[in-house]
Design a protein around this ligand. Structure first.
Ligand code: ADE
Length: 232
């Protein structure tokens, strides 16, 4: 899978791929990344990529031409590119989206800065718009990294142990049951003893119950969905 980042500030993103799982995924050719800076494509004689909003409003918007030229340049060599704009008005990104998008060949993340992007560019190029939550960031870069990370770990071979994906939170809308490692006693607290007795069907039933209680307590909204599905 190839990920292209359209951003004025690639250095914000680059560091994220220098360690751990994603760095390994690049080394083993499971993913590749590249960067495109709209400032390199601007036709403005002062190299500008932003302009005040028409009709008033505080702040500047990213102008259409540099972004359009950047994206056209990417599309010239990659007809299958799937273009995602990061914006607080997009639909909220979920684990299902991460899994679905992990099957694409090439994803392009377009990050806005300033007060956002001229709407005409979004209309022309966006396959999807995503938000990572109901708050406003200073730009889309952080959101593009969140999506890229969540998508990448669903690509075959990116996680050392792919069975980590089997029992994760958000599978069937449920949160994962509590997990423990050594020591068995820590600060006067024990691990759940049934976990250590080797009876796998008992452990699996228990985890199912704990997963339900945890979802009910921490995410009553998800719990409602699970209950509705059960009653269908
Ligand atoms: N850009 C600014 N805020 C954002 C958010 N919450 N999600 C995605 N992109 C953004």
């Amino acid at each position: 899978m190839k990920f292209s980042f359209v951003t004025l500030f690639s250095s914000i993103i680059e560091g994220y791929f220098q360690d751990s799982i994603l760095s390994n995924a690049i080394k083993t050719n499971k993913i590749s990344i590249d960067f495109f800076n709209p400032r390199d494509y601007t036709e403005d004689k002062h190299n500008r990529v932003d302009s005040p909003m028409i009709g008033g409003g505080a702040g500047m918007l990213m102008t259409p031409q540099p972004l359009s030229s950047t994206i056209d340049n990417i599309l010239d060599t990659s007809k299958k590119a799937h273009i995602i704009f990061l914006t607080p008005v997009g639909k909220k990104f979920t684990q299902n989206d991460a899994k679905r998008l992990s099957k694409k060949e090439h994803i392009v993340f377009v990050s806005g800065r300033y007060e956002g992007i001229d709407e005409r560019v979004i209309e022309q190029y966006a396959d999807e718009l995503f938000s990572i939550g109901d708050y406003i960031l200073t730009g889309g870069e952080l959101a593009s990294m969140v999506l890229c990370d969540a998508i990448s770990r669903n690509i075959d071979g990116v996680l050392g142990n792919s069975s980590s994906l089997d029992e994760e939170s958000y599978e069937e809308s449920m949160l994962e049951a509590p997990s423990f490692t050594k020591p068995y006693e820590y600060n006067g607290k024990s691990v759940i003893l049934d976990y250590s007795k080797g009876n796998h069907s008992k452990i699996s039933d228990l985890k199912q119950k704990l997963s339900m209680s945890k979802t009910k307590f921490f995410r009553p909204d998800l719990y409602q969905i699970v209950k509705q599905e059960e009653n269908r």
